[in-house]
Design a protein around this ligand. Structure first.
Ligand code: UDP
Length: 178
């Protein structure tokens, strides 16, 4: 509770505790979906997350800021897959938590390379200090979503990035660059 991301961690735990209390005590039809790293059009260009950061940097030929050595992994889910998962879970009888995310891992360095290639950028990668508490691996176990909802991701990283690049181009054109 007192870690550097304590407010964030505890808010998630509290949210799930409250939801189960409403389910059990007030008989509400609740569902708990654990969202893993998601991206797509309409993200705020300066929200600090890695995909907006890399796209905005690449499209402006600015240095790509890789934190640490870039060997940490994330599993990036395209927004349409998440929304399909939300709708399926809402219509299901499952009331306990279900992970919805993409289980294919990429390193941050691989992501940087993919963004540079897709945008045709002349940006160079620069390394910056790794933030405290930055997980080395983050990958959802989506077995439950597969079994209960028949859900699994359909959009891979390369395709999802292709579907997203125009949004960030429009942000650069509108002068929202960061
Ligand atoms: N990251 C990075 N450069 C950036 C922003 C983020 O290398 O400009 C890294 C960050 O250290 C983390 C990964 O990208 O290892 C994903 O970060 P994000 O904040 O998007 O998601 P989270 O850490 O919450 O999974």
């Amino acid at each position: 509770p007192i870690g550097i991301r304590g407010c964030y961690d505890e808010s998630k735990r509290f949210g799930e505790a409250m939801t189960m209390a409403y389910y059990r005590t007030h008989d509400l039809d609740t569902h708990i979906l654990r969202i893993f790293n998601t991206y797509g059009s309409r993200m705020r260009p300066g929200d600090g997350r890695v995909i907006p950061a890399f796209f905005m940097q690449a499209l402006q030929d600015a240095p790509i800021t890789v934190f640490g050595d870039g060997s940490q992994t994330r599993s990036f889910q395209y927004i349409n897959d998440l929304i399909r998962g939300i709708l399926l879970l809402m219509e299901s009888d499952e009331h306990l938590p279900v992970n919805i995310g993409n289980s294919t891992e990429s390193t941050v360095l691989e992501l940087a390379g993919a963004v540079i290639e897709l945008t045709g950028s002349s940006s160079k990668i620069v390394n910056r200090p790794l933030p405290p508490d930055d997980p080395k691996i983050r990958r959802p176990d989506i077995t439950k979503a597969r079994e209960i909802l028949g859900w699994e991701p359909r959009v891979g990283l390369q395709e999802g990035l292709r579907l997203t690049v125009d949004w960030f181009k429009s942000q650069v054109a509108d002068g929202n660059g960061v």
